[in-house]
Design a protein around this ligand. Structure first.
Ligand code: HEM
Length: 343
């Protein structure tokens, strides 16, 4: 289908809105009526037509506006994009992966013309037509990772692999769920996961790391993660907590359906060819409670998941104070039927 790009905001007047198409393909993350952390990894090799899994890097109606929001975040705070000196080659790997994937998966929107190391990249939605020399930084307006991730939805961690561990040595992080690249830069897999409750004790990170270290080129993997966000904010960073944290107190029983958003991250993992780095794109999808309730089985299930979620997780995900109000709203959509029944 041809994508109609929205002109919308993720701050100020919050004009972000999902079309019926976007609601239908929203990645509702719960496969049962309760939730606990697990090593929920699967292969990322396409998916049903039209789903968010179909393409390697999903492009949707929010693309152009999300890129505008990213540019605003970077203008305020350049440290949201960092790459340690040894990661430049991985940045080129990432640029190639994204350009090849997008031009093959969306030929009407993106074109890549290659003649040896002379490349031409055309990004029609963003009005970009650039020629450059592959592996020559001086021919691009930014470093390769920054250049391509200013044009690609989702955050990106680029991990160096050494000493049987992964190291967060580069990233473009402007749409994160309350963690900071500037704080985590240079940390390893266990260090940056230190604040997560309950998962370390369950051995989840030891097993997850083992899986990640063995990911091969051409065999990407994926998982979903989720949290809650008040207002359709992309930038929920610790750096800007003073701006968005207070908004959690603006939720009332009257506005919760419109203000409270389920925030789902499609996290994918790709091995990069020259650098052997691992790239971890984190693509954020937002959907307000009112829109979620248009799918009755989601309403029933979300009520049960939120009601029974361990306190540690509701606290870590930042909605423990608003949970009672959420449950008042959601319980009206739970008719007690099994969630496997009906639509
Ligand atoms: C949370 C990064 C892979 C499970 C986080 C956080 C970061 C992060 C920065 C936030 C920690 C904080 O509170 O400061 C990454 C990166 C990965 C990766 C860069 C890829 C190399 C995985 C994998 C799993 C996982 C494979 C599989 C189990 C989790 C969980 C949380 C978390 C359960 C808590 C999320 C929540 O409750 O919202 N991760 N992660 N991560 N990560 Fe990862």
């Amino acid at each position: 289908m041809t994508i109609q790009f929205h002109d919308e905001t993720f701050r100020g007047d919050y004009s972000f809105k999902n079309s019926d198409w976007a609601i239908k393909r929203f990645p509702f993350p719960f496969h049962e009526d309760s939730y606990m952390y697990s090593v929920n990894m699967e292969q990322h090799r396409g998916g049903p037509d039209g789903s968010i899994y179909e393409k390697r890097f999903d492009v949707d109606e929010h693309y152009v506006s999300e890129m505008r929001d990213r540019a605003m975040v970077l203008a305020d705070d350049p440290l949201r994009c960092q790459s340690l000196p040894h990661m430049t080659l991985a940045g080129w790997d990432l640029l190639e992966l994204i350009m090849v994937s997008k031009s093959e998966d969306y030929p009407d929107l993106f074109e890549l013309h290659r003649n040896g190391d002379k490349w031409r990249w055309v990004n029609k939605p963003m009005g970009i037509d650039d020629s450059f020399t592959f592996l020559d930084e001086a021919t691009l307006p930014y470093g390769p990772m920054e250049y391509i991730t200013r044009q690609t939805q989702g955050d990106f961690c680029v991990l160096d692999q050494r000493d049987d561990n992964l190291w967060m040595d580069a990233g473009m992080i402007t749409t994160q769920a309350d963690w900071s690249l500037d704080f985590d830069i240079g940390m390893n897999f266990f260090e940056w996961h230190a604040p997560v409750p309950l998962a370390h004790e369950k051995g989840i990170f030891v097993r997850a790391l083992k899986f990640l270290l063995s990911i091969q080129q051409g065999a990407p993997a994926r998982r979903l993660n989720w949290t809650m966000t008040v207002n359709p904010l992309l930038d929920t960073s610790p750096e800007n907590y003073h701006k968005w944290g207070i908004q959690k107190t603006s939720v009332t029983p009257e506005n919760i359906g419109a203000k409270q958003h389920l925030r789902v991250e499609l996290q994918t993992f790709f091995r990069l060819p020259r650098s052997n780095a691992l790239v971890f794109p984190i693509r954020c999808y937002l959907c307000c409670f009112d829109d979620l309730m248009s799918v009755p089985k989601w309403g029933r299930r979300l009520h049960r998941v939120i009601r029974d979620l361990p306190e540690e997780l509701a606290t870590y995900k930042g909605f423990i104070d608003n949970r009672p109000m959420m449950l008042d709203y959601l319980s009206a959509f739970d008719d007690g039927q099994p969630t496997s029944m009906g639509i």
